[in-house]
Design a protein around this ligand. Structure first.
Ligand code: ASP
Length: 449
């Protein structure tokens, strides 16, 4: 097992190695960027940043994405079977839904308030020739209809998270209804879930190198001059994201569960770094799920639902970006949205977060839905497009932290949180993949028949 304790004290944990990869990637990427070592088509650009780094990074992100659908499917079926009674399932669903919407609404309301007070964008005039193709928000009725897949295989192949969640819950419920004859199915799914978790552990072994590559490439390609122009927007946004990360989420965690925010944040470093390097809550699901269950002690019956559900509907960081960007662009164009306008922004941002998956850059598409609704010019989004990549990374780290916090709160309230695991700093630490050779031989014998 990877849950080793005392005998591994001397070894560097995987999270520590990933952090080293992260810092080294930032340093190297910025070095390449500042010294302009990667002109387009040059050696470094072709073979290093857009060559080696791109390939290793993409392979890793693909490997993570590869895990998402089977992991969510199997763990959620197991979760539903293991939850005990179906009323508890309803409670977990409604509690997490309310908390996700609540934290997103708080996030954007705070963002709009602070951004308005800061006055960012007022008196600035900026022109852009970057065109941004906006999108209209799908009506709520469509979002609701789309929760039910007309073809579950399609839902699985397209990675439609809400549809997969729906199908898996239904399947779990029906397994429970079938009862004893379905015992073998439950056992099989449980083992499949365990195998998937092992795969996640295995993939994470290469994370330090992959994170290094992903970050070095992203930093090398940042348009730093743009950052200088948009410094007000960037600083206010990052400031509010950090405020939400370190104050709001922690306060919500403490108030609703009484758990220690410090212990929580220490264990969240892993998922935060993954979210930061991939800019995708969805791709981070395997890591978040593993951390929430094995490091924070949330039982799979809660986490298997709250984590994928949160990755899809809970986007506090994204909501903050939408709030700050709305104020910034409204100020640049000299448009006064008024109280009603900002209220619409809050409602729209919360609704848009329900129907859109946590993948890179989706926040800007949601922003275009908000802009269309309140009548702000879509070309305004072109102004912030160039700096969005880095900000996307930061807000995704905030998004996954919110998912994990709500998972802990809901689990605690349902008596499904193992506090001994939560309080044990070494619980679930990965420090090398171990193979049980006896079991290996036994299985080989079975396979040979
Ligand atoms: N990348 C974000 C996420 O996956 C969404 C966004 O803000 O664009 O959570």
């Amino acid at each position: 097992m990877e849950n080793k304790t005392n005998d591994n004290k001397g070894k560097m944990s995987l999270t520590a190695k990933v952090l080293v990869g992260l810092v080294a990637g930032i340093v190297l990427g910025l070095f390449i960027n500042i010294l302009s070592l990667n002109p387009q088509g040059g050696f470094i650009d072709t073979y290093i940043t857009n060559g080696l780094f791109h390939i290793v990074g993409k392979m890793f992100v693909n490997a993570l994405k590869m895990m998402v659908v089977p992991l969510v499917l199997f763990s959620l079926i197991c979760g539903v079977c293991g939850i005990g009674d179906l009323k508890a399932l309803g409670r977990v669903g409604s509690k997490s839904f309310v908390l996700y919407l609540l934290t997103t609404a708080i996030a954007i309301a705070v963002a709009i308030t602070i951004a308005s007070i800061s006055g960012i964008g007022s008196g600035m005039s900026m022109a852009t020739d970057t065109v941004f193709a906006g999108r209209e928000a799908p009506p709520l009725s469509q979002v609701l209809i789309d929760i039910i897949p007309n073809n579950p295989v399609n839902a699985l192949s397209e990675g439609e998270m809400l549809q997969i969640i729906f199908f898996a819950i239904l399947m779990g419920v029906c397994i429970l209804m079938v009862g004893r004859p379905a015992k073998k199915v439950v056992e099989l799914v449980e083992v499949l879930n365990e195998i998937m978790m092992k795969m996640v552990t295995l993939i994470m072994e290469i994370a330090p190198y992959a994170v290094f590559c992903l970050i070095a490439k992203a930093m090398a390609n940042l348009g730093l001059e743009l950052f200088a122009q948009l410094i007000g927007y960037v600083l206010v946004l990052i400031g509010i994201l950090l405020l939400h990360l370190f104050v709001t989420i922690q306060a919500v965690l403490k108030i609703f569960s009484g758990l220690s925010p410090i212990k929580f944040m220490k264990k969240m470093r892993g998922p935060q770094v993954f979210a930061f390097s991939t800019a995708s809550s969805n791709a981070t699901i395997p890591v978040t799920l593993r951390t929430v269950t094995e490091r924070l002690g949330v039982k799979n019956s809660v986490a298997s639902f709250t984590v994928p559900f949160g990755a899809t509907i809970n986007m506090d960081g994204t909501a903050i970006m939408q709030g700050v960007a709305t104020v910034f662009i409204a100020n640049i164009y000299g448009i006064d949205l008024g109280f009603g306008g900002y209220l619409t922004v809050i409602v729209m941002a919360v609704l848009a977060s329900i129907g859109t998956a946590g993948v890179p850059g989706v926040g800007l598409i949601m922003l275009s839905m908000v802009f269309t609704q309140v009548g702000l010019p879509l070309e305004g989004i072109g102004l912030i497009l160039g700096v969005d990549r880095l900000l996307d990374m930061v807000r995704t780290a905030v998004n996954v932290t919110g998912d994990a916090a709500v998972s802990c709160i809901v689990a605690k309230s349902e008596g499904k949180l193992d506090e001994a695991v939560f309080n044990d700093p070494r619980a679930g630490v990965i420090s090398g993949v171990e193979i049980d050779h006896d079991a290996e031989e036994e299985l080989a014998d079975i396979a040979k028949g």
